[in-house]
Design a protein around this ligand. Structure first.
Ligand SMILES: Nc1ncnc2c1ncn2[C@@H]1O[C@H](COP(=O)(O)OP(=O)(O)OP(=O)(O)O)[C@@H](O)[C@H]1O
Ligand SMILES: O=C(CO)[C@H](O)[C@H](O)COP(=O)(O)O
Length: 290
């Protein structure tokens, strides 16, 4: 944690919607005139696509069937922690891009499945924004969570998460349903051990719940829409959260527990703005005073 150079971390599984949530943060940053530098979690994968495939084959041949992009050891988490620590102390750091597809390849000049070179953050930013798989990891030799001042979990219920991943990977990344299904299965061990524990570290979780039947996510023809879903918002520490204000402002919302509210899915963007803007303003205010 750093008062002077705050860090916001948005964490969630692949397909959870962390990239989508980034657009809401970008709107808040623009409106509040906040200069943010951003990290995509995929930048901290340990291997490019070809090396990852080779490492997977090596591990499977050795009898390890648990290795995947979700695993701690498939990612440079110590480097991520170092970058968080450096940013917190100095406002500086570095990142790169993992190029997923031809569109990103055209933008970066790097072939799909590879990384761009590391590049330093721009000077004079107000905060660091991370979005990816491991933004609140606490493990034996690494503690990402302690460096982030505001930690957000994006966690659709699992059938919906799978539908979102299958549709995105098919539509934008050129994978078949069967290939995405294999990936989901291969990642399950690390999903339980490396991804889920983070959501007890996060300050606020946004959990999208469909209200249409998703019982076979592998044949779903479209992603349930915001109108076809609710969002459960859970606060780790509800003290200081103005629940009467939130439930009055967000039409159709209600409290389901002392630390949770439920909102209509199409109010998620509004809810994020109402909840996050004052928290971000406070981070910036404290940073200016530090
Ligand atoms: N609230 C939402 N309502 C409807 N669709 C959504 C919502 N959030 C995400 N999606 C859809 O789910 C898919 C996955 O979302 P997104 O790309 O943001 O996931 P991600 O968590 O960034 O995944 P990855 O880490 O693998 O890049 C996208 O097609 C996106 O449009
Ligand atoms: O979304 C992901 C992790 O968040 C991707 O699965 C990961 O980045 C690997 O990408 P690719 O399959 O394109 O090599």
């Amino acid at each position: 944690m750093s008062q002077k150079h705050p860090i916001i971390s948005v964490t969630g599984s692949s397909g959870a919607g962390t990239s989508t949530v980034k657009t809401t943060f970008d709107q808040i940053f623009r409106r509040e005139s906040i200069t943010a530098v951003s990290i995509e979690g995929d930048a901290f994968h340990r291997y490019n696509r070809a090396d990852m495939r080779a490492e997977l084959e090596r591990r499977v041949a050795a009898g390890d069937f648990t290795f995947s992009h979700f695993s701690f050891e498939a990612n440079e988490l110590k480097e991520l922690e170092r970058v968080f620590r450096e940013y917190g102390a100095t406002g500086r750091g570095r990142t790169r891009t993992y190029v997923h597809d031809e569109i990103e390849a055209a933008r970066t000049g790097v072939a799909p499945g590879n990384f761009t070179a590391w590049a330093p953050f721009q000077d004079h930013s107000d905060l660091l924004f991370y979005e990816g798989l491991h933004g609140a990891v606490v493990a034996d030799d690494v503690d990402i969570a302690r460096h982030a001042d505001l930690k957000i979990g994006v966690v659709p219920v699992i059938n919906l998460e799978w539908i979102q991943k299958i549709h995105r990977d098919r539509a934008h990344r050129g994978y078949s349903t069967e290939a995405v299904t294999d990936t989901i299965l291969r990642r399950m061990h690390a999903y339980v051990h490396c991804i889920c524990p983070q959501f007890t570290q996060t300050d606020i979780n946004f959990q999208r719940v469909p209200v249409v039947d998703t019982s076979n996510p592998f044949i779903a023809r479209w992603i349930p829409t915001p109108d076809e879903s609710l969002v459960v918002i859970r606060f780790k520490n509800p003290r200081g959260i103005d629940f009467p204000y939130l439930t009055a402002m967000i039409h159709g919302s209600w409290m389901s527990r002392a630390n949770s509210i439920v909102i209509p899915g199409n109010k998620m963007d509004l809810a994020m703005q109402l909840i996050l803007t004052p928290l971000i303003e406070r981070l910036i205010r404290d940073a200016k005073r530090a």
